[in-house]
Design a protein around this ligand. Structure first.
Ligand SMILES: *[C@@H]1O[C@H](CO)[C@@H](O)[C@H](O)[C@H]1NC(C)=O
Ligand SMILES: *[C@@H]1O[C@H](CO)[C@@H](O)[C@H](O)[C@H]1NC(C)=O
Ligand SMILES: *[C@@H]1O[C@H](CO)[C@@H](O)[C@H](O)[C@H]1NC(C)=O
Ligand SMILES: *[C@@H]1O[C@H](CO)[C@@H](O)[C@H](O)[C@H]1NC(C)=O
Length: 956
């Protein structure tokens, strides 16, 4: 049967005969030459050892098909700026749209601006204009576009002067590859280190709710990358976040999400450094075990792809010369090396996760050894140290995709700098800002750009870092990322300047279709764009203030019980004397005394004086590098209770950074790096040198902590119910112990026993902090509290009947806000804005325009005492900005002082620490002060000076 089939196929001689017949006599010499050439070509490629087949069994049809593949192999994508009549993603039926009276950031400098000026930010401005959109394209930008000139069915959106930008582009996201609640994970194909052949698209789930809430942050387009577990992770895809009829599409599909229906470019993800070593290295069995092995893996794969490309090129050249029919083999094709071959052919935009100099430099060598272009290094926390290395990359300098200030979490990120974006930009390298969703919630990727601006990257470059720069890097710079006629109509109208704290879209359009049917709009005044602060990039040095110092330009004072605003005509100064504030206000006589003593004077623009911030619930002081156990105190033991004070480490970058951002106090419980802590927390000063320094530890036993999140499940408590049962039993035992009213003192060590702490909890003298996210667990805690309090109230000896329970985490707490308020249980939100990172956080509110407010709004409205905690260490520095988000997006429900208290004063209230300075111990905040340049709740605020308790420092 097989033989019969083979005989049906045209033979090699059949295939060449007509050609031979016609030209036999006149072309003998040429035939010989071509035959020689063909023979030469055949013999040079690897599978050529079976070419001497005069009776060829190959299909002429397939050979011709193969030959047509050659054109595709040679195709080099170009970024087309040709005018389009319509956007290929446009759905016929989407109505034309006129956005009226917007303040537009086009993303382009004014015409005629030189390249040099544009780089410096000159020529960029916000313009007042209307925008007309039709067929998925921005058709017209101009002032006062007459509705009469537009199609009858045009819909009108009044922007009321609000800011309008292009849709945000996040070029590092894994959205849709893992499921909400972290139940499924299709991010990494961990079957092998070299998997360039897998495609992220195959795992993309269009139904994931995250597409909707990410888009509610203005993100319209993303590069969906495979993870970084493999040296070669696979192909990536650019998608737009419009899914199904609710978003103006006709279907729910992966294909419908592809941003470029023509698929002009392909994309790939690679990764260097710690991840692949950690995932694969096994001594004596498999690599890569070290960076040495990783480079071998890269080179070995690239070598095979290079040989593959060469064999194809030779086949195609021979087929061109002799005709496909005359080929003795088919075109070499194997899926394994197809995509990597396309990288070497320049058809793929490669993005590589690399942090450190050895990784960056090795990868730059690989690009030169194998001649392929890299478009961006991602994470890339050390790139700012080596711009010249990046410039040696083959094919052009890659861009860098960064977080603004998420750093120190692993050794590779321990040398990172908040100034990276600024430094790279000054060195001619493009910074972009990315989420690595779900590492950061992509919904807030614009906040990364905002912080980068705050750390000194020029405004236009920061905004470009989430719009036009990634668009260009994706090869779509002529279609998305700017508001330009002819571009895709991916548009965001914001409720405030996009690089200000809490900026939230009012509406988002993708290809001209509105994304939100009934968008929730936050109550905010309509304000012009922020005034650019040119001094943000200035480097400062920390110096001790000895004696007196004068700060001029104070505009606001928010110290305990003392709030004042000073106008520009009524300028205020602050005078520091021996670490303390001796006067704020006009201070006429104090000023002349200080000036007479030659006190240094520091001039501020818009100076604020506030109490310092407190980091609550983080592992600050117990963990330095999250991924490195040696830098931790270690996890709390399964049995018994330990005290964080016994494991505290001072110094280090985490504490220094917190301190320099005005977070001078921390309350930390034993944990190995999350809010899931168990044991006795300590209150301490982040700026202290060691625990014996005066006031360094201001409270060595703040509260008793237990875990009731998903991490509670394990060991002796396999379920949440068993964890709650155990806690109930312990607390009831404590009540019984109280009933026994043991006055005789037991052994000294028993004071540090779990039972002893629980007794203090039951007697109301020690707060109990429970980490919990699920509303059902929180409801159980509310019931447990009343049960225990009822038991306590039966004690005749009982003086206190209040069990002081505080919930840390609280993602779903808003669902029982009135009940929490009635039960007098405060909530410390950590994170402030949960986004379904785990199953027990899945009902977290992600905010406008998708949801009516977030958890904090409902809690505050119900009268619950709220704090903002720290979930991940790096966030400590952003406590002021987080309070700022709560403030700006509260619709006026939270005042400025109340917002500062979310990260300061409220912890004192919750924990009963307000009177600390009256009981002979160092204070937990009273007497301490921070002088800020700019509002501490806004982007760009800098700590200018801080002090209290005898010492003060200035950054100048
Ligand atoms: C859109 O659909 C309408 C109605 O089916 C049709 O008349 C029109 O030609 C279509 N427009 C385009 C540009 O395809
Ligand atoms: C644009 O909006 C602003 C703010 O609402 C308003 O003051 C102004 O009159 C509007 N301009 C036009 C042309 O409608
Ligand atoms: C418990 O002890 C306190 C003081 O030690 C005492 O005043 C009180 O009466 C005792 N209560 C009972 C029920 O024994
Ligand atoms: C949002 O919630 C607030 C109460 O927190 C309520 O007053 C308001 O009407 C709600 N808005 C919408 C659009 O549901």
């Amino acid at each position: 049967m097989e033989k019969e089939y083979l005989n049906d196929l045209p033979s090699y001689t059949d295939a060449v005969r007509p050609w031979l017949d016609r030209r036999r006599k006149r072309r003998t010499c040429r035939l010989l030459a071509i035959a020689f050439l063909a023979y030469f070509a055949f013999s040079t490629y690897k599978i050529a050892n079976n070419t001497r087949k005069l009776e060829s069994t190959l299909s002429i049809e397939k050979l011709r098909q193969d030959h047509s593949v050659c054109a595709a192999l040679r195709r080099v994508p170009v970024v087309s700026s040709a005018a389009r009549d319509y956007n290929k993603r446009w759905i016929n039926g989407t109505k034309p749209l006129l956005i009226r009276n917007a303040t537009i950031w086009t993303g382009e400098p004014a015409t005629g601006t030189s390249e040099e000026d544009a780089r410096a930010g000159k020529g960029y401005s916000w313009i007042s204009s209307d925008v007309f959109v039709d067929r998925g394209l921005i058709k017209k930008i101009g002032a006062d576009i007459s509705i009469k000139s537009l199609p009858d069915d045009t819909e009108v959106f009044e922007a009321h002067g609000r800011q309008l930008t292009a849709g945000i582009v996040d070029m590092h996201s894994h959205a849709g590859l893992g499921s909400v609640g972290n139940l499924q994970d299709d991010v990494n194909e961990l079957s092998g280190d070299i998997t360039p052949y897998v495609q992220s698209l195959d795992g993309l789930d269009p139904l994931q709710p995250e597409f909707q809430f990410i888009k509610s942050g203005g993100v319209t387009t993303s590069l969906i990358l495979p993870g970084s577990g493999n040296n070669m992770g696979g192909e990536a895809f650019v998608v737009k976040f419009a899914v199904g009829k609710q978003n103006g599409r006709t279907e729910i599909s992966q294909q419908d999400m592809i941003a470029d229906p023509d698929r002009n470019w392909r994309y790939m993800k690679m990764a260097c450094g710690e991840n692949p070593k950690r995932v694969y290295g096994k001594v004596g069995e498999r690599g890569p075990f070290s960076r040495l092995g990783e480079s071998w893996e890269f080179r070995h794969a690239l070598e095979q792809a290079r040989d593959y490309v060469q064999s194809q090129n030779e086949w195609c050249a021979a087929a061109d010369a002799t005709g496909a029919e005359n080929m003795a083999t088919y075109l070499p094709q194997t899926l394994q090396w197809e995509s990597l071959g396309a990288v070497l052919r320049g058809q793929v935009r490669l993005n590589t996760h690399c942090y450190t100099i050895p990784d960056l430099e090795a990868f730059v060598r690989h690009t030169n050894e194998f001649k392929f272009r890299l478009y961006a290094f991602h994470h890339a926390h050390q790139t700012y140290l080596v711009p010249e290395v990046l410039k040696r990359t083959w094919g052009g300098t890659p861009a860098v995709a960064l977080f603004a200030d998420n750093m120190y979490y692993k050794v590779e990120a321990y040398t990172a700098s908040e100034r990276a974006g600024k430094i790279l930009y000054e060195n001619g390298i493009t910074p972009t800002y990315v989420s690595d969703n779900p590492v950061l919630n992509s919904q807030h990727v614009v906040f990364e750009a905002a912080k980068a601006y705050g750390y000194g990257l020029p405004y236009h470059a920061a905004l470009a870092g989430v719009t036009s720069a990634p668009a260009e890097l994706l090869g779509m710079g002529e279609r998305i990322g700017k508001i330009v006629e002819g571009f895709d109509a991916d548009i965001v109208v914001w409720d405030s300047d996009p690089l200000s704290v809490g900026a939230t879209p009012v509406q988002v359009w993708i290809d001209g279709a509105a994304s939100f049917k009934d968008p929730v709009e936050l109550k905010k005044p309509i304000e012009p764009p922020i005034v650019l602060d040119q001094s943000l990039g200035k480097d400062t040095e920390k110096k001790e203030i000895k004696g007196n110092a004068i700060f001029t330009g104070i505009s606001n004072k928010y110290l305990d019980g003392s709030i004042a605003t000073y106008s520009s005509s009524n300028k205020a100064v602050a005078i520091i004397t021996n670490g303390s504030i001796s006067c704020i206000g006009p201070c006429t006589s104090e000023l002349s005394t200080a000036q007479a003593s030659n006190a240094p004077t520091f001039h501020l623009k818009n100076g604020y004086i506030t109490p310092p911030f407190t980091a609550f619930g983080s592992s600050l002081g117990l963990v330095e590098i999250d991924a490195e156990g040696d830098t931790h105190d270690g996890p709390p033991p399964a049995d018994g209770i330990t005290r964080a004070v016994d494991g505290l480490s001072f110094g280090g970058k985490q504490l220094t950074t917190a301190y320099e951002h005005g977070v001078t106090n921390a309350i930390t419980a034993p944990s190995s790096g999350s809010i899931d802590a168990k044991g006795i927390s300590v209150g301490f000063k982040t700026g202290a040198k060691h625990s014996l320094e005066k006031g360094a530890v201001w409270e060595d036993e703040v509260a008793l902590h237990y875990i009731l999140t998903l991490t509670a499940k394990g060991g002796q408590t396999p379920s949440i119910s068993s964890a709650i049962s155990l806690l109930r039993a312990k607390l009831l035992d404590a009540v019984d112990d109280l009933a026994k009213n043991e006055t005789s003192t037991t052994a000294k060590k028993d004071i540090y026993d779990e039972k002893s702490y629980l007794k203090r909890v039951a007697s109301g003298s020690l707060p109990l902090v429970l980490t919990a996210h699920s509303v059902d667990t929180i409801a159980s805690i509310i019931s447990l509290k009343s049960e225990i309090e009822a038991a306590i109230s039966t004690l005749t000896s009982s003086t206190a009947s209040r069990l002081n329970i505080i919930i840390l985490g609280g993602a779903e707490s808003y669902l029982v806000a009135p009940e929490l308020s009635a039960a007098n249980i405060p909530i410390v939100l950590a994170p402030l804005l949960p986004h379904a990172q785990s199953w027990d956080q899945r009902r977290g509110l992600t905010g406008a325009p998708l949801t009516n407010g977030t958890a904090i709004d409902a809690l505050v409205a119900a009268g619950v005492l709220v704090g903002i905690g720290v979930e991940e260490l790096w966030e400590t520095r952003d406590l002021g900005l987080l309070a700022g988000i709560a403030f700006k997006n509260s619709g006026g429900k939270l005042g400025f002082k109340e917002s500062l208290d979310l990260v300061g004063g409220n912890f004192g209230k919750m924990l009963g620490l307000e009177k600390k300075d009256t009981i002979g111990r160092e204070d937990s905040g009273k007497g301490q002060w921070v002088v800020w340049e700019g509002s501490p709740l806004e982007i760009g605020a800098r700590v200018k000076a801080l002090g209290g308790v005898g010492t003060a420092f200035v950054w100048d």
